[in-house]
Design a protein around this ligand. Structure first.
Ligand code: NAP
Length: 289
């Protein structure tokens, strides 16, 4: 019930019409009995800074930020969390004195999702497919959580090299190795890998795509984690499973990044029981659409 006490939350993006975030946050608010309404805001690039200022003026409690604004939004903030600063991307704005403080809940969200799925990072050799904005953050997260070696493969080798150089400097050791996607066939075969798929290949509507087709590669996959969540089973995931590996999509990451944002806005802890309930309802929502 929207009334005079309702606080507004939302997501800034362009396009924003396909967002699942309202379903996540409105069901959290309902379950926890909070008087909140979460809405999508389609914000064009040239209006981003005005939108952030306007949101503060309108007493909006908090915002998510999605494509293409995650880096550009930073210049309009009064403060930034160290993790978001290091990643260089903000997906959550929390209202503070004089403006908004930026956080990145994508990586903590992925970490919580992987823990929930029983996927270990500590001591693992990891392959990352892709070297975009998310891949860079994933590599940082893996380096900080005990991965022993991160092999990053990308169509554009220079992008993987730039990420490897940056993270190896920050970590003070050579933990990320950069390769061209065409070099995957030379991946050492003596062991199995945790593989994180961060390219756009296989995302709806082009669901026939996968970054690798070679069955010999999939024989080396122990766990395949695709950050795509539409479709719920990508071709990459199907190939992992066909070669005996466990495979997961990015829907749980999406739900947990939302839950962590919700915890920041409302200064609450969302129980794992409620997190699973929200995840199940989003899964049903997906299956019905
Ligand atoms: P991005 O910066 O645009 O990077 C895209 C990556 O995909 C690059 O490595 C790019 O390679 C590669 N790629 C794109 N088209 C390709 C093609 N035809 N052949 C080979 N490689 C290709 O995107 P991003 O922001 O990192 O996002 C990556 C993925 O993460 C998206 O699918 C997005 O949906 C997903 N994501 C999921 C969540 C979640 O909550 N689950 C959150 C954020 C993002 P080049 O460098 O060679 O162009």
């Amino acid at each position: 019930m929207i009334d005079g006490h309702t606080r507004v939350l939302g997501v800034l993006g362009c396009p924003v019409e396909h967002t699942k975030s309202p379903a996540i946050h409105n069901s959290l608010a309902k379950e926890m009995g909070f008087n909140l309404a979460y809405v999508p805001f389609r914000v064009e690039r040239e209006h981003l800074q005005d939108a952030v200022k306007g949101a503060y003026g309108l007493n909006i409690l908090g915002l998510n930020v999605t494509v293409p604004h995650k880096s550009e939004v930073i210049k309009g903030l009064v403060d930034i969390d160290p993790l978001a600063k290091q990643i260089g991307a903000v997906n959550t704005l929390v209202r503070v004195e004089g403006g908004f403080k930026g956080y990145n809940t994508d990586m903590p969200g992925l970490l919580r999702a992987m823990k929930d799925d029983g996927v270990t990072i500590e001591g693992e050799k990891v392959v990352i497919l892709g070297a975009g904005g998310v891949a860079r953050a994933v590599a940082m997260m893996l380096a900080k959580n005990g991965a022993t070696c991160i092999k990053m493969y990308n169509r554009t080798l220079e992008k993987a090299q730039a990420i490897a150089k940056e993270i190896n400097e920050v970590e003070g050791k050579s933990i990320v190795e950069a390769y061209a996607m065409t070099e995957l066939s030379a991946l050492p075969k003596e062991q199995k890998y945790l593989v994180i798929q961060t390219t756009n290949l296989g995302m709806s509507p082009e669901i026939e795509g996968a970054p690798v087709e070679d069955g010999a590669f999939y024989d080396m996959v122990k766990v395949g984690y695709d950050l795509i969540f539409n479709p719920l089973e990508t071709k990459f995931m199907a190939l992992c499973k066909a070669h005996g590996a466990r495979a997961y999509n990015g829907l749980k990451m999406l739900v947990y990044q939302g839950i962590i944002a919700y915890e920041l806005w409302n200064e609450v802890t969302v129980s794992e029981e409620l997190a699973h309930k929200v995840y199940d309802s989003i899964l049903v929502n997906f299956a019905n659409n």
